[in-house]
Write a protein that binds this ligand. Structure first.
Ligand SMILES: *Cc1c(COP(=O)(O)O)cnc(C)c1O
Length: 472
């Protein structure tokens, strides 16, 4: 069995999987327990031919896959794994580069150097920022907050990288009450504690209330990290950066922005106003595998102060000299040493789409979200729970009924939709109530796909509502 045949078979399977997407349900056919059973076998004692193993992998795995690449996949916030990024990622695996440093793989490091430059331009961030290519926004938040922790303590005369947190000056962490759960995890990983924070009240859309923020900042003395958000996970709303960042900076706070998907509003002329002023922050976490459509996994930790970034992440001790001026060692900006060459897929996606293509992906998704919200709101009993400024839509079914009945009807409608499989959307709770959330982040979701999704949602809702009345 030659490499050529094996790789060709893998490519054929990939093509078939993607080309038949429209004819398969948007949900997995197997649950986890059944999937484990399908994979389970005693530890193989003997070798098996590679082609057989590949076939077995495909037949075993596919029934338990979610159609996350589909045009009507609105669960969580998931990008489409664009074919361009996937093809670049095939090669990344085949090339087998350990992208830890620029000597080990000059091209892997160089693709990150140029990819980083392009990203900063797309996102309207200062050209001097450093960018770590990480697994996702969770690790990007961790990385940026590590840089923040080190810098605010250093300014107070404490070297946390060398001496740890025991005995360090107290850091005040300000964070919005509707921040993403992974930011609290990042604080937990950093010894800052997920509960040892000052939670700032938020408004109906989950944005920090400016007067409350101002008050909290006024109470701060000593080192401070303020965490803002571009793209609340349920509403898509962004904090008022132009107002909040200068307030935080007046007290010398490090301002970090979790912009896993929302930061990409910066790439759209029509939506850039939503994130106005965000470039004044000190660090930003965002994802490639959401709106840039790279395959999993890919996120970016962006830090204004490169030295703070490198001090926090460099693998060699902080008292050793860094790589020479102008050279990039990817591992100096991320927690890992051995690592995937994520720069190739990023470079290929931006090279392919170009600035206008990225903008079209962002606007296409937002327009589809707005269109779906408008169409659904026209149906008696359906309420949209947020102003759809970006790509997230909160849907409540039976809004004319008592709240408990609406919760029930919402759950049942989501269940029916997931069973039918014409689209996938998940349940969430928002302000104590059951809702369905549509997250539109796929490059293929256009007006036609949105219309198909609306049809399916209305069909399911009407049927559930009718059944509910019969059983009532
Ligand atoms: C998705 C998301 C994260 C976490 O990102 P991962 O890529 O899953 O690690 C953090 N914050 C927000 C707002 C998100 O949408």
């Amino acid at each position: 069995m030659g490499t050529k045949e094996l790789f060709s078979i893998a490519a054929d399977h990939a093509v078939r999987f993607r080309d038949t997407a429209d004819s398969r349900p948007h949900r997995p056919l197997r649950d986890y327990a059944t999937a484990v059973e399908a994979f389970a076998a005693p530890l193989p004692e003997q070798s098996s031919p590679m082609v057989d193993v590949l076939d077995e992998l495909v037949t075993t795995a596919e029934p338990g896959l979610h159609l996350m690449t589909g045009a009507r996949f609105f669960g969580w916030v998931i990008g489409g794994s664009h074919p361009m990024g996937v093809a670049a990622d095939f090669l990344t695996s085949a090339w087998g580069q350990n992208a830890g440093n620029h000597t080990a793989s000059p091209s892997a490091a160089a693709a990150e150097t140029v990819g980083a430059r392009w990203l900063l331009q797309l996102l309207g961030l200062p050209a001097g920022c450093s960018v770590g290519f990480v697994t996702g926004a969770t690790v990007a938040n961790f990385t940026c907050l590590a840089a923040a922790r080190g810098e605010v303590l250093l300014r107070s005369g404490w070297d946390v990288d060398a001496n740890g947190l025991f005995g360090a000056p107290q850091i005040t962490v300000l964070i919005g009450d509707d921040a993403h759960t992974t930011v609290f995890s990042a604080l937990q990983f950093l010894g800052l504690g997920h509960d040892r924070v000052v939670r700032i009240p938020t408004d109906d859309l989950g944005c920090i209330v400016p007067v409350a923020f101002e008050q909290a900042v006024a109470d701060v003395s000593g080192p401070c990290i303020a965490i803002l958000q571009a793209g609340q996970i349920n509403t898509g709303a962004c904090d008022d950066f132009g107002n909040l960042i200068p307030i935080a900076k007046s007290k010398g706070a490090w301002v970090h922005v979790d912009g896993a998907f929302g930061l990409w509003a910066q790439a759209s002329a029509r939506r850039r106003h939503l994130t106005a002023g965000v470039e004044q922050a000190d660090s930003w976490a965002t994802d490639g595998h959401k709106w840039l459509q790279t395959p999993y996994d890919c996120g970016y930790a962006i830090v204004r102060d490169e030295l703070a970034h490198r001090r926090a992440m460099t693998i060699s001790a902080s008292y050793l000299p860094f790589a020479s001026e102008g050279e990039r060692d990817p591992s100096h900006y991320v927690p890992e040493l051995s690592r995937r060459a994520r720069g190739f897929a990023t470079w290929a996606m931006i090279r392919h789409l170009g600035r206008s293509g990225v903008e079209a992906v962002v606007d296409g998704a937002c327009d589809a979200a707005t269109g779906m919200a408008l169409a659904l709101a026209g149906e008696p009993g359906i309420a949209i729970g947020n102003d759809v400024l970006l790509n997230q839509v909160i849907v409540r079914f039976g809004a004319d009924l008592p709240p408990e009945q609406a919760d029930e009807l919402t759950k049942r409608t989501i269940g029916a939709l997931q069973r039918e499989g014409a689209l996938f959307a998940g349940a969430a709770t928002w302000r104590g109530r059951q809702v369905m959330r549509l997250s539109v982040t796929n490059y293929q979701t256009n007006a036609a796909e949105a219309a198909k999704a609306v049809d399916a949602i209305l069909r399911a809702y009407r049927a559930e509502r009718r059944d509910a009345r019969v059983t009532a």
